[in-house]
Structures are given as C-alpha cells and as structure tokens.
Design a protein around this ligand. Sequence first.
Ligand code: ATP
Length: 601
Amino acid sequence: MTRTSSSSPRGRGFGRSRGGAADDGPRARFSQLLPYLFEHKKVLGVVVVLSIVGAAASLAQPLLVSQVITVVQEGRALDMLVWALVALVVVSGLISGFQHYLLQRTGTSVVLSARRQLVHRMLRLPISEFDTRRTGDLVSRVGSDTTLLYAVITQGLVDAIGGSLIFVGALIAMLIIDPVLLGLTVLVIAVSVVTVVAISGKVRVASRRQQEKVGDLAAAVERSISAIRTVRASNATERETEAVEADARGAWEMGVKVAKISALVVPIAGIALQVSLLVVLGVGGFRVASGAITIASLVSFILFLFMMIMPLGQAFGAINSVNQALGALGRIQEVIDLPIEGQDDAALAAKAAPGSASPGAPAIEFDDVHFGYGADSVLHGVSFAAPRGGRTAIVGPSGAGKSTMLALIERFYDPTAGAVRFGGVDVRRLDRVELRSQIGYVEQDAPVLAGTLRQNLLLATPDATDEQCIRVLHEVNLGEVLNRSPEGLDAAVGEDGVMLSGGERQRLAIARALLAAPPVLLLDESTSSLDGMNEQMLREAIDAVAENRTLIVIAHRLSTVVDSDQIVVVDHGRVVGVGTHSELVASTPLYRELAKHQLLV
Ligand SMILES: Nc1ncnc2c1ncn2[C@@H]1O[C@H](COP(=O)(O)OP(=O)(O)OP(=O)(O)O)[C@@H](O)[C@H]1O
C-alpha cells in the first residue's frame, strides 16, 4: 500500500521532527516579519498617527502641571489650566482606547494572513513531504505558532513606535530643562539598553524550541487519538499518556526558560527608572539648592523622566515579543518556503519525451518505469499497457509495489526513470489538475472525511445534485445507510468515517469516485473488506460504470479479477506476467501459486 501521512507510522509521529536539535532549526529574520506588517500598513499608519497625537497629549501634561505649580505659586486663578488638563487626560484616554482596538484587530488579522498562507502552502506540498512530516506538528504550526505573531503587533512593535516618539519628546524637553541631569539619566539608560539587547537574542532561540516542543506535543496527541482503539485494546493508555505528558513537560520546560529570560528583561526598565530617579533626585536637589534650576523645573524633569522610562519598558517588551515571534515565524516560514507540488513541472515536462494524444494509444502505459521512495528502489523497470475501455487487474504479493504504481499514475510521485503515459502522453507533460480530473481514485484505506455523506460525495464533484448522490449510493448498495438517519444525505459519518463499517467506508469512497464518472478508474483493493453479497452488488455497480471506461484494479482476492481483460502480476517491483487468468495459470508460476492458495485452480 502507499502510505500517506495519515496512515504511515512515519506520518503519525514515531519519528522526531526535522531540525529538532538545539540551534539548527529554522531561523527567521526581522525582515521576514515586515511583509506581515506591510499588509496592514494603512491601519498601522493610523495607529502611528494616533500615537503621535497621544504622545503630544501626554507630553503636554507635565508642561501644564509645571504651569499649574507656577500659577499656584503666584496665587493666580487656575480655571482654564485645570480644564485644559482634564481635556488632555480625556483625549489621551480616548486615543489610547481606539488605538488598542485597532492594534488587537490588526494583530488578529496578521494571524489570519499567516494561517491563510500556511494552509494554502501546506495543502499543496508534494505528497512525499507528508511521508516524513508529522501531522500534529503541521497542525500546531497553523494553530499555535501563528498566534505568537499577534503579540508583535499588540504588545510591542507599534506601541514601541508611539513610545519612541514620547521618548524623543521627553528627551528634548529634559535637554531644555537641564542638560546635566539629562546626561546622567542617559548614562543609566544606555547601560540598561545594552544589557537588554545582549540577552534578548536568547528569547528567540528558546521560543523557537518551545514551539518545536508544542509541535511534538500536538503530534503525540494526534498519534494517540487517531489510534485510540488500538491504544485501548493494547492496554497502552498509561504508556501513551506518559509519552504525551513527557512532550507536554518538554513544552513547559521551554516555556519556563522563555519566562526566565523574559524575567531578566522586564525588570531592567524598572531598575533603570529607580536608579535614574535616585540620581536625578540627588543631583537635582543640589542643583535646586544652588539655584541652577527651579523646583518647578525639577518636578517637570522628573515627570518627563517617568514618561521617558515608560516607553523604554514598552520597547524592551517589544524586543521580547518580536524575538518570540521570530522563533515561531521560523517554523511558519519553513513550510511557506517549501516548494509546492508542480513547482518544477516545466523542467520535468521538458525532460519528458514529446508525445501526442492518439485515440489508438493505451489509456495508461508504463514504459520501463523505475521508482523508489528514498534510497531503496521499489519499481525496477515496470512495463505494461492498460487498454482503453478495458479492465486491468494488478496482483502480486504484499509490498510488491502495486499501490506505488497507482500513485505514479496520479502523479503523487514521478518516476526516477522511464515514463508513465496517459493516452499516449507522458504524464509529466500533462497538467496535474487536468490529469486528475480524468481519473477516479479509490485508495486502499478508503478514506472518508469527517462531515456528512453529502460532503464526502461532493468532494470531487461539487455540483452533483441530490438525486445523483442518492442514485450513486444505491449503486454501491449504500441505500440502507441513507435510510438509517432521518437526515439522509446530511447524516454525519464521524471522524475518519467511524460511524460507518469498514465495507461501508469503502463503498462510500467508491461512490465518490463513481459520481465523478471519469474515463479512468483506479481501485486499490476496493473490494477487500466487503462481504459476499455486498461485493456482488458492488461488482455489478463497477461493471456498469466500467463500461466504456478504463478500469485498473488492485486486488488480493483473485476471484474478483479473474474475468479481467488482462491481469498484470507484479513481484518485487517487477512485472512477472501479463495475460488472462487462464494464460497466467499456464505461464506464470507466481500467479499459479496465488491462484492455488485461493482455491481457484
Ligand atoms: N510513502 C512511502 N514512503 C516510503 N516507502 C513506501 C511508501 N509507500 C510504500 N513504501 C514502500 O514501498 C514498497 C511497495 O509498497 P506498495 O504499497 O506499493 O506495495 P503493495 O504491493 O501495494 O503492497 P500491499 O499489497 O501490501 O498494499 C514497500 O516496501 C513499502 O514499504
């Protein structure tokens, strides 16, 4: 069988993720974050303007306070000044509320666009990519990693831009009030900034590792839940729980590490404020005493100092959240940067020999096809032709490469040598969408998607009517399932179709393929778990649909294929015989053996 991510042990997470080790994981640069921000440049522009207005309103406050002190000292009336102060406070509040809303909204939008891009890419990756990646880890990149981008907008970057304006404004005001005091303050701040920058890089690494651990955790949960019946039946619940807990603990440990590093960053702004305050109070006191500055100037200098330190805290927070986001962005970009299926189709098509579609050509033809999933070769020079409108059966021992042959027809993989032709044309020269629209494919494990009967049927044929759906369900003897629930076609089938029996799942998958009625049908052991009566009904349906169509069936039970136009016998990736049942019994020892086992000779 051809394994996909949902059924292969490799796909289920027995293996570890790529790049799980310390520092060799995907890294993201700050510049990779910018496109996400540019996408919302208009709103962010509004936010920046609001920040400027808000900053001006905030900066005006100490100036007004200083005015108030002077006016009180001079014993004049305060009316206008007080009102101006109240208005400033109200305006600053309103601005910051609106800004907050815009930032949250934009943060969510950035997450949305990262998710969109990821999903768009993920569903188009080559099938081989899913052979080695773990489903849970991919899911966690969409669900968890993307949420870290939210914090960049809401908790950091834009705030810091607004904050930096206040910072600069306060700096200028302080320079005007007293350059000496400012010099001392800047010295303290410079030391704290250097310290923060030095330790913040570590946040990125720890955050990326934390996200990797969350990916491991999601993969472990997915693995256990998807095989929950086997886990229970094997009395392995305890062990699986421990394994999942170990991954959860790994994520926790990394979270604690991020917390520790962040904890170093956060108080630095507070310490800087306290030290500068002490310095300013001490030195400022002397300067007031010596008459270099007035008390009113010292008070407003201190208010500006607070104002300057606050955005510094924001900036440190921003450095932290940007670094966390970059850790996650590395994992997001890694998937977005992967080549998608068909990206190198032009080069492949150029390599393929030109051929033209001709009515006389076989529907499907394998011409000396070689293929391997990795280093191990699976097909070694397979050649056969499936005639148009005929029924071809592929038989052979388990692992011979039968499902792989169907995967090559669907172009889930391309041969390493030789060619697969569709109607005389090398499939590498055909558009994949066009090729697949010509082929109905029923996988060995007959996947049924969570949802309703209708959703499953309409997967390949979204425009089919209810009548067509119901007709095809009857054709595959699933009419009874339809009557089982008053919801009819809207009846749920459960996750992976668990509410249907194995045979019913297969017949639903076949119904889906039949509904599209394509010229070529590929059935991978589609009748293997049907009981005698259902199998008969199904064969009649396939017989009816197979008329004037090319059918390629992989079957282990020869009784289902003895009346095929031709049978291709495959062993260890090689074709060892082609012919009808009686011809092969006479000519091919392996086939004779298979037939003997199944009491057909
Ligand atoms: N996605 C995959 N990645 C790596 N190896 C694979 C993959 N799918 C199949 N193989 C390997 O390729 C070989 C042929 O597998 P294939 O599924 O084509 O055999 P099959 O004849 O259909 O077997 P069965 O009758 O048991 O379904 C096997 O050794 C299998 O382990």
